[in-house]
Design a protein around this ligand. Structure first.
Ligand code: R5P
Length: 311
């Protein structure tokens, strides 16, 4: 692609956009995102982007305005004659409703995909989608980056004793197995039953955790119920040190207080969602995702392999 890159930042996570911009040594485009007096989002791209390869960085965690802002930014770029528009979505909100698993429920992950596509995006660059099949909800190209390179070095330095990577539910087995393989660790699984959208119960631990150090590996920490209950169950089965690793620090409700009181030694997350509540939980360690995203943007632009980032 001969045309130049334009980086556009939404207002959801400007810190991450700045880090990506630093990594790429490329300024973020001058864009005004503000509000009409009734609260509606107003966007104005201040530079000419005609014919440019545009990357719009905007994770879509709550409030829903973050999604709407992404859609409006895409529309603005489309109408400004960008030659290609990539929605860079480090956290893809509404992903957890990804199938019709009961009567009269939506598939919100598909609805959001439709909205992004209809707005005029040509591609999506995502990070750790909640379910890999969400890629197929789009009829445009999707690159879904894995978290392994972000966490691996940090976890290796911990020098765990005979570690076990634990997936806190069956949905995370594939991701957990890939991380365990890179770490040279075994895999165990928590058999969890979800009672309501925000509450779950641990049924069984599948695998040997007795006397071992544990890395619980998940994609999202929301209420922290899943991860803290898994930690309790693992402790009962004889686990030693327990740390939790998760791509997306959603931290809803009293998640941080819960994590602070828990037996989990450290909670390692990325900056896909900004975190500023260190006073509520001293255990959170945020690792920077920008080199991975920045490199992926460069590779998409230069039409180079993305899978090479994960070998
Ligand atoms: C579930 O499928 C996800 O992988 C996470 O385990 C879940 O979203 C975490 O939610 P919470 O922290 O509210 O238990």
């Amino acid at each position: 692609m001969a045309n130049r890159i334009t980086l556009i930042s939404g207002t959801a996570n400007p810190g991450l956009s700045e880090l990506i911009s630093n990594y790429m040594d490329k300024d973020v485009c001058d864009v005004v995102v503000d509000r009409f007096s009734d609260g509606e989002i107003h966007v104005n791209i201040k530079q000419n982007i005609r014919g440019q390869d545009v990357f719009i960085i905007q994770p879509t965690f709550p409030p829903a305005e973050n999604i709407l802002e992404l859609l409006i930014l895409i529309d603005a770029c489309y109408r400004a004659s960008a030659s290609r528009i990539t929605a860079v979505v480090p956290y893809y909100g509404y992903a957890r409703q990804d199938r019709k698993d009961g009567p009269r429920v939506p598939i919100s992950a598909k609805l959001i995909a439709n909205l992004i596509e209809t707005s005029g995006a040509h591609r999506v660059l995502a990070f750790e989608l909640h379910a890999a099949q969400i890629q197929g909800f789009f009829d445009i190209q999707v690159d879904n980056l894995f978290a392994t390179p972000v966490f691996l070095e940090y976890i290796v330095k911990k020098k765990f004793d005979n570690p076990v990577v634990v997936s806190p539910d069956v949905g995370g087995i594939k991701m957990g197995r890939a991380f365990a393989k890179k770490l040279g660790a075994d895999l165990a699984i928590v058999d969890k039953r979800r009672m309501t959208p925000d509450a779950s119960e641990v049924m069984n631990i599948i695998g040997d955790v007795d006397g071992r150090d544990i890395v619980i590996f998940d994609d999202i920490i929301s209420t922290a119920g899943t991860i803290t209950q898994a930690a309790e169950a693992l402790k009962k089965e004889g686990a030693k040190r327990i740390i939790a690793v998760a791509s997306h620090p959603v931290f809803s409700g009293n998640a941080l207080e819960r994590l602070e009181k828990s037996i989990i030694e450290e909670v390692v997350v990325t900056n896909s969602i900004p975190f500023s509540d260190g006073d509520k939980c001293s255990k959170v360690k945020v690792l920077d995702l920008s080199p991975l995203l920045g490199e992926a943007i460069i590779r998409i632009h230069e039409e180079k392999s993305i899978s090479m980032l994960f070998v």
